[in-house]
Design a protein around this ligand. Structure first.
Ligand SMILES: [Ca+2]
Ligand SMILES: [Ca+2]
Length: 209
């Protein structure tokens, strides 16, 4: 009986692990620009694989400055403020943490604040990168940030959007976007060790009885 229950729990955990949310091309390295930079406009779904330009224009930057990870990153302002979205599978009611690197277009001569709005599942949060003389094309100064949301009840997918709040052709920059479940269930391997411990405890109790 306990064995059956245990198998059911393990199966449930394996299936929930296989449904883990994944960001496609969060590093912006798919479609290698070979050291150049390309601009994409609203409605474009192919220039930056996995992502859709949902407003304005954005630049996929493979020159000008190094990425936080790899060579390529995004300037959320092409010639104007732009927004980039991706829709991925999520489990309703599950909390998620998006981690990403933020900087700004350090090729521009403008110092000061570069802001963007990150949103998903009805949650939105402002992020600002303050550029100083220390942020250069050889020393970008990428900073890692996190954004938390909970997948809405009754949904199987969530759309994550990065939208520039900065005017002009130089905007906030992003790279290395990833997602993880918050308070994720333990991996089956971890559970196995835990299960073994519980059974040993039960056996010990039974011996005492
Ligand atoms: Ca990258
Ligand atoms: Ca630009």
């Amino acid at each position: 009986m306990r064995c059956k229950l245990l198998s059911a729990v393990v199966v449930a955990m394996i299936s929930s692990t296989s449904m883990a949310a994944v960001i496609t091309n969060g590093d912006f390295e798919l479609l290698d620009l070979n050291g150049s930079t390309s601009q994409f406009s609203t409605g474009n779904t192919t220039g930056i694989p996995g992502w859709t330009v949902v407003s304005g224009t954005v630049d996929l930057v493979g020159s000008y400055w190094p990425g936080a990870s790899g060579d390529q990153s995004i300037d959320l302002n092409g010639t104007s403020p732009g927004a980039l979205s991706q829709t991925f599978d999520t489990v309703a009611g599950q909390a998620y943490r998006v981690t990403f690197a933020m900087a700004c277009n350090v090729y521009s001569a403008v110092y000061g604040d570069y802001s963007m709005l990150v949103s998903a599942a009805g949650v939105q949060e402002n992020f600002t990168f303050t550029r100083t003389a220390a942020n250069t094309t050889t020393n970008v100064g990428w900073l890692y940030k996190t954004f938390d949301f909970t997948a809405a009840v009754g949904t199987t997918q969530t759309t994550l959007t990065f939208a520039s709040l900065t005017s002009g052709n130089a905007g906030p920059a992003i790279d290395d976007v990833s997602i993880a479940e918050i308070n994720a269930v333990p991996e089956p391997a971890t559970f196995g060790v835990f299960g073994l411990g519980s059974m040993t405890l039960l056996a010990a109790r039974r011996r005492r009885a």
